[in-house]
Design a protein around this ligand. Structure first.
Ligand code: NAP
Length: 246
């Protein structure tokens, strides 16, 4: 299949890791759907950067925590471009609190945004990929879904859930030429990490064998490898974490 004709959707690609993944897949010649929730001007900026790389971009607002909007996003892309080859489920939020302070709303918002969206987008894209007999679904999990983290019960549950979901989806979809993998970044330099206080950041850094935080580009390159060059890899969790969890 010519990569020039491939279409990739990256949820939550207005900033951070998602933005970098969108640009990396664009560099590999894919047409890119830049999805965002509220950062419209940033998302349009990413779409312009994608176009500057010589490929097509669609900039689409959708709250992927909402099943109808997530499904609508995939339908819109299919209607416009007629195929979806790569689905990167990247959108994610944190609402960090210890369990003693966590509210039901904190729990539900994080579970639905981080894990619900993976289910909604995967099931929406599945029939298209089955018809194509080809697809690459890449779910952005986290080291916190493997190891846990103080104050992140909701986030950790959502990211651990992504890993379990990935394995089941991989089992069910392998026969249709669709691979499903999870990427588990460690602490990565984005706005999400900048919400953590400097003092806590120092404590985290001290626990990382490589002694530094990851860069979005280091995650994006692994996503691009899975999307383009990893035909016999499915159901895996691939850690990009500087050794913080082995
Ligand atoms: P970020 O800088 O906070 O960016 C989050 C992105 O998700 C934004 O583009 C945001 O769009 C989008 N988003 C949030 N809620 C959405 C929704 N309901 N619908 C559509 N888009 C939504 O975060 P990041 O650090 O790049 O994280 C990206 C992914 O990597 C997340 O899944 C995160 O859990 C995971 N991760 C991050 C780290 C880290 O240390 N940074 C480590 C491990 C895993 P708007 O701007 O429009 O709101």
């Amino acid at each position: 299949m010519s990569q020039a004709r491939q279409v990739a959707i990256v949820t939550g690609s207005s900033r951070g890791i998602g933005r970098t993944i969108a640009l990396e897949l664009a560099r590999r010649g894919m047409s890119i759907v830049v999805n965002y929730h509220s950062s419209e001007s940033e998302a349009q900026g990413v779409a312009s950067e994608v176009c500057a790389l010589g490929v097509d971009a669609l900039c689409l607002q959708a709250n992927v925590a909402d099943p109808d909007q997530a499904r609508g996003l995939v339908e819109q892309v299919h209607a416009q471009w007629g195929r979806v080859d790569v689905m990167v489920n990247n959108a994610g939020i944190t609402r960090d609190k210890t369990l003693r302070k966590l509210t039901d709303d904190d729990w539900l918002q994080v579970i639905n945004t981080n894990l619900g969206s993976v289910y909604y987008c995967t099931t929406a894209v599945m029939p298209i990929m089955i018809e194509q007999n080809y697809g690459r679904i890449i779910n952005i999990s986290s080291y916190v879904g493997q190891a846990g983290n103080f104050g992140q019960a909701n986030y950790g549950a959502s990211k651990g859930g992504i890993i379990a979901f990935t394995k089941t989806a991989a089992l069910e979809l392998a026969r249709y030429g669709i691979t499903v993998n999870a990427i588990a970044p460690g602490f990565t330099e984005t706005e999400m990490l900048s919400k953590v206080s400097a003092e806590v950041q120092e404590k985290i850094r001290a626990r990382i064998p490589m002694g530094r935080f990851g860069k979005p580009q280091e995650v994006a390159k692994v996503v691009a490898f899975i999307a383009t060059d990893a035909d016999y890899i499915t159901g895996q969790q691939i850690n990009v974490n500087g050794g913080v969890y082995m």
